[in-house]
Design a protein around this ligand. Structure first.
Ligand code: PMP
Length: 353
């Protein structure tokens, strides 16, 4: 606390990201990174930028990257907004589209950055409880609101709505913006990008941090009607004209171009997810069905906090949320086959003891 802080800053409850440990040789399964790494073509593209020199500012509009993303998804470049990670895209969404008269809606168990943005921008929210099986009920979102946001697949549950269910929420709310946060969609969800030409109130956000294994490069994007994108650009150009540096723009373009790497690595993540799920079920875990690169699970006898602490003693880090309704669960990122084997062996030992 400092007397120099504004009243707003004094009241903030900032987001606390999952730990990025400095220790080597940890099995790090706590922040949903993708263990397979980016395409080698991404690294080549970044190196080429280094050779060309970094003395000049990057393209403030990220034109070539937006064209690449638009071509990939079959939309127009004017329907694409890019930012420094989808977190920054989301921040601009909250600032530019969600400051409305009515509260915005999002699930009670969901991405924990949403309430933080509400605090930063003074946005009222209603957090709608997920069903007992931690699924999202689309019909709950047919009530007056100033905007709607939910991840699909949801985080940290991994559960996914079908496209018709997502469409029901979009169609039922023509007067507010519905944001579908598809950070994990490439691991098993159906993207709502297919609907953007039919619904001017739909905005889909995605990231290169997960399925393209570029969490360190910080690139996220949104796709929606040109009017929504223009609103986001007005915010961006009032905040930072150059959110994506030259390395990020070049690397992101190469990541979209290497479709082979993308398909191969995401297929491996999905196959490993199914294998880890079956193994943990065999150890007495209840595992929610996941369409993401992580699983959400609880053990029938042992507490989530305990299991997380015991894994940590063995150098394996997973995420445990000290939050009502989910404090018995562990969220475990899918790693390489070797990392997953270490996890399964460690859990087998802990559960047997
Ligand atoms: N949305 C969800 C649901 C997430 O889990 C994350 C990752 N923490 C993000 C958005 C943000 O990802 P990034 O800023 O790396 O694009």
């Amino acid at each position: 606390m400092s007397k120099y802080w504004s009243p707003l800053v004094s009241q903030l409850s900032p987001y606390v990201p999952g730990e990025q440990p400095k220790l080597q040789r940890l099995v790090k399964l706590n922040t949903n990174e993708n263990p397979f790494g980016p395409s080698p073509r991404v690294l080549d593209a970044i190196r080429a930028q280094l050779d060309e020199g970094l003395k000049l500012y990057p393209d403030p509009e990220s034109q070539q990257l937006r064209e690449t993303i638009a071509g990939y998804y079959g939309v127009r470049p004017g329907q694409v907004f890019v930012g420094n990670g989808s977190d920054e895209v989301l921040a601009h969404v909250f600032y530019g589209l969600f400051q409305q008269e009515r509260p915005i809606l999002f699930p009670d168990i969901s991405y924990s950055f949403y309430p933080v943005y509400c605090g930063l921008y003074n946005i009222a929210s209603e957090q709608l409880p997920l069903a007992d099986d931690l699924s999202l009920r689309p019909e709950d979102y047919l009530r007056p609101n100033g905007g709607i946001i939910f991840p699909n697949p949801n985080a940290p549950t991994g559960r996914c709505l079908s496209l018709p269910e997502v469409e029901m929420v979009i169609r039922g709310n023509p007067d507010s913006v519905v944001v579908v946060d598809e950070a994990y969609v490439d691991f098993g969800g159906e993207s709502a990008i297919a609907l953007v030409d039919r619904y001017p109130n739909l905005l889909v956000t995605q990231t290169l941090s997960k399925s393209r294994s570029l969490a360190g490069l910080r690139v996220g994007f949104a796709i929606g009607h040109e009017d929504l994108i223009e609103g986001l650009n007005r915010v961006k150009n009032s905040f930072n004209s150059y959110p994506l540096d030259r390395l990020a723009q070049a690397g992101a373009i190469a990541a979209f171009e290497d479709t082979g790497w993308f398909e191969e690595t995401r297929t491996q993540v999905i196959a490993e997810r199914e294998r880890v799920t079956e193994s943990l079920q065999g150890l007495g875990f209840e595992v929610l069905p996941s369409a993401a690169n992580f699983i959400f699970c609880q053990h029938r006898q042992q507490s989530g906090a305990d299991l997380s602490a015991r894994l940590r003693e063995q150098g394996i880090i997973v995420r445990h949320f000290n939050k009502p309704r989910i404090d018995n669960y562990l969220r475990i990122t899918i790693g390489t086959a070797g990392q997953n084997n270490e996890l399964i062996e460690a859990l087998a030992g802990i559960v047997a003891a």
